[in-house]
Write a protein that binds this ligand. Structure first.
Ligand SMILES: [Zn+2]
Length: 284
């Protein structure tokens, strides 16, 4: 673990600010480090997340499974270590996500999940006194999710995911740099939401809870799930196919698709547009 602080990073540089940028290269990392420090936490580079020992073939199966899992962890928040652990290739939006968990912990916004936080918290942490800040926007956001039937833990996770998505979509970077990543983050959040909501039997759901189940299901079916993603992938192919088809028709001197023709029948038939050559012959 290597400590990351605003002194070791230096001042913010004028670099790219898209949230898909590596967190370690992002110009706002010094600010994030300062904010974590102000709450009594710190940022760290956890080199163990990407370390791969050479003798993996000799390791027990459990160890190789753990190593494979660690490779998929973008970043994490550790309540016990009071830190956010970043990997070398953590993206900025993942760091933003973990910062939300840190603020929940520091301000005691989700006491039902971290009731034991007082044992290691600093004097500046409101969670050390068992209190939480009800006026905090994060707490309001969390309560809104709770009202829709989410568990305390998943409500916090969804607040973090929304901040992550916001960092992706609001950076001003071009769409192609973040759209696919945002779609993946949104869909994984909806999977988490769906799993959490459906643990409650249908008969025990409130009206708001049932409406949320429907909303999440529709969003996955029509916007973020595997089928819509396949459709998004096919759209450019469809466009290219239409362009190629139009170019081939023009090259062969065949009928044009665009533009009106007074001789075109309203419906079907064996009609086809005349070529320029045929029109010239008729005029002779
Ligand atoms: Zn999370």
């Amino acid at each position: 673990m290597l400590a990351i602080n605003s002194d070791s990073i230096g001042e913010a540089s004028a670099g790219p600010s898209c949230a898909t940028t590596l967190a370690l290269d992002h110009p706002e990392l010094p600010g994030l480090a300062r904010r974590a420090t102000s709450f009594g936490y710190h940022l760290a580079l956890d080199t163990s997340l990407r370390n791969q020992p050479e003798n993996t073939a000799e390791l027990p199966r459990a160890a190789t499974t753990l190593l494979a899992h660690l490779k998929t962890v973008g970043a994490y928040f550790s309540h016990g270590r009071r830190c956010i652990g970043l990997a070398e290739d953590t993206a900025w939006h993942e760091a933003v996500h973990e910062m939300v968990h840190l603020e929940f912990d520091a301000r005691g916004l989700n006491p039902s999940v971290r009731s034991s936080s007082s044992s290691s918290s600093s004097s500046s942490s409101s969670s050390s006194s068992g209190q939480h800040d009800d006026s905090s926007p994060l707490r309001t956001h969390w309560l809104a999710y709770r009202a829709r039937g989410y568990s305390a833990l998943v409500a916090e996770e969804l607040v973090a995911r929304e901040h992550e998505l916001r960092s992706l979509t609001a950076s001003g970077a071009p769409l192609w740099r973040w759209a696919i990543r945002a779609l993946c983050v949104a869909d994984s959040a909806l999977v988490v939401a769906q799993n959490d909501l459906t643990t409650t039997p249908a008969a025990q759901r409130t009206h708001a809870h049932a409406a949320e189940v429907d909303r999440v299901s529709r969003l996955r079916s029509f916007v973020t799930g595997p089928r819509p993603r396949l459709a998004y992938a096919m759209l450019p192919l469809l466009g290219l196919t239409m362009l190629a088809s139009s170019a081939v028709r023009r090259w062969q001197g065949g009928p044009e698709v665009a533009g009106g023709d007074a001789e075109a029948p309203a419906l079907g038939g064996n009609w086809r547009r005349r070529t320029h050559k045929e029109r010239w012959k008729e005029q002779q």
